[in-house]
Design a protein around this ligand. Structure first.
Ligand code: DX5
Ligand code: ZN
Length: 217
């Protein structure tokens, strides 16, 4: 699957998120990663559906790759879909109707993804693999940008990529946390095709070169 870079707006300027999102668009990228945190599932807060709606009102046309880090994601699907999300990813760890929530995301016209934390084994998502457009393997414990990449997640990526091939499934395989050009290359070798980069992207002086390198993976 062709490589995609999805810069995380969490590392943008929170006093001017529209301008930071525009930087992503001006780099010629198609996707932007939106990290939604509730202070329960993760020990941090970020932004909500109104922020997505405001970015759309400001004219942003990027593909909104929306990562819900919520204890009760099933309660917030409709607001995010209405606000302009294109893809909504939900974590496997909290107890709720995962398959039903993935179906609701689809019914509302969005693509759907399933996410696993570093401590969650690949087998936890095996049953929902046929239901998703994307699997997101967290390569840090979610909650904060700027953490070091967890190299011990590479075998998990390989396992999920193997299942994808054996079962002829078409989901994207995304990584998130501590991703820079070097760690993205390692993840690419392990089967990943979609790369979330917050700190490394927004700090990169030459963002076009950063994007071009990922595009050639
Ligand atoms: C972590 C978030 C990430 C975060 C990545 O909780 O899910 O998307 O923004 O940030 P970096 O790329 O700085 O590790
Ligand atoms: Zn994320």
């Amino acid at each position: 699957m062709s490589p995609l870079l999805s810069p995380s707006l969490l590392a943008g300027d929170h006093a001017n998120l529209a301008a930071s999102a525009q930087v992503v668009a001006d780099t010629g990228l198609a996707w932007i990663h939106l990290d939604i945190m509730d202070g329960h599932f993760v020990p941090n807060l970020s932004f909500g559906p109104e922020t997505l709606a405001a970015l759309r009102r400001a004219g942003n046309k990027l593909f909104f790759d929306t990562h819900l880090m919520l204890a009760e994601p099933h309660r917030y699907i409709e607001p995010f879909a209405k606000a302009g999300a294109n893809l909504i990813s939900i974590h496997i760890e909290p107890a709720y109707d995962h398959a039903g929530t993935l179906a609701e995301i689809r019914r509302l016209g969005c693509q759907c993804g399933i996410v696993l934390n570093p401590g969650t084994p690949a087998t936890a998502i095996e049953a929902v693999l046929p239901l998703v457009d994307l699997v997101l393997v967290m390569t840090v414990q979610p909650g904060f940008g700027g953490q070091p990449f967890r190299r011990d997640m590479l075998p998990k990526l390989k396992q999920i990529d193997t299942w994808r091939q054996e079962r002829a499934l078409g989901f994207r395989l995304e990584v998130d946390g501590g991703i820079d050009l070097a760690t993205a290359a390692e993840c690419r070798a392990a089967g990943a095709d979609t790369f979330v980069a917050g700190t490394s992207f927004f700090r990169a002086k030459d963002k076009a070169a950063f994007a071009a390198t990922v595009a050639k993976f």
